[in-house]
Design a protein around this ligand. Sequence first.
Ligand SMILES: NC(=O)c1ccc[n+]([C@@H]2O[C@H](COP(=O)([O-])OP(=O)(O)OC[C@H]3O[C@@H](n4cnc5c(N)ncnc54)[C@H](OP(=O)(O)O)[C@@H]3O)[C@@H](O)[C@H]2O)c1
Length: 328
Amino acid sequence: MNLFNSNRYNEMKYRRCGNSGLLLPELSLGLWHNFGGVDTFENATNIVLKAFDKGITHFDLANNYGPPPGSAEETFGKVLRNQLYGYRDELIISTKAGYRMWPGPYGEWGSKKYLTASLDQSLKRMGLDYVDIFYSHRFDPNTPLEETVHTLNQMVLQGKALYVGISSYSPEQTKNAIELFNQYRTPFVIHQPKYNMLAREPENGLLNVLAENGIGCIAFSPLAQGLLTDKYLNGIPSDSRAAKESGFLKMEDVTLAVIEKAKALQLISKSRNQTLAQMAVAWLLARKEITSVLVGVSSVNQLMDNLAALGNAAFTADELVEIDRILG
Ligand SMILES: NC(=O)c1ccc[n+]([C@@H]2O[C@H](COP(=O)([O-])OP(=O)(O)OC[C@H]3O[C@@H](n4cnc5c(N)ncnc54)[C@H](OP(=O)(O)O)[C@@H]3O)[C@@H](O)[C@H]2O)c1
């Protein structure tokens, strides 16, 4: 019996990831926050299942997501075993390694020792034979890039990852990595940068490098961790990421200047019959370099709100000029 909406793949749009054979949904779900051991398992399960029911095939994890680190992969593994059993071939599951995961000199960065051990641990936590995408989570200035790239290539040869990606590498580091990946013919298909209306760094070269080389781009923190939603417009709610001890958004990030921008942007979103969150997602999807927008959510309602952005992702030239003016 099919437990999920049988029309889900017609309702979602899928974009090609660069020049590769891989298609990703316009909206993907990230499990950085809200899926850890400190969070409610039932809520986490409901979000994953609703996402899948809506045609979201791509779920993004990392070794350290939690807290505690590793627990988001365990949560996801449980949902896979309990409710998504039998659907593995309809899913694109990614994980990463790069940040501190265990003590000692082999618990972070980009060495073969760390990356190899970390992927094996991730596979165990999720109960998987392979991930669809494995990422180097950050550039390591002290390990030769050849070693990191060679290790990612080995993972593909060993069948532990189908594709590989890099995250938060600069345009120059990305170019160097592409050259090395090309030597091995590694299926390096995707870059994961932070990109949103308040953080436009990828426009300074990275998007061009990716487009020129046929590499896909998935934007993380598209809502600036919630700042580009109506959540903080009237203060800091007690159940918000900024108010939580374990969250990466700090109270001091919710500045007057950011809230003023968000309020001005919200006026434009209203004139488009969208919420601010929906407009922030749509603004990214309007760029042809973007393969997918990687949101995080703390509830099924937020997920549904963000999904509704997909029907209205075109902007007039006037709207874009006005948005640029607000963003300064
Ligand atoms: N590669 C990397 O280094 C890296 C770094 C960061 C993130 N990521 C990936 O990107 C994913 C997304 O990052 P993110 O969680 O920072 O994304 P985000 O989408 O910018 O922020 C998510 C937060 O925004 C709020 N939110 C979402 N939808 C909302 C809505 N419709 N209305 C009101 N509030 C809403 C929620 O905050 P509340 O919890 O306060 O409700 C939610 O937890 C991560 O899960 C991870 O997979 C990767």
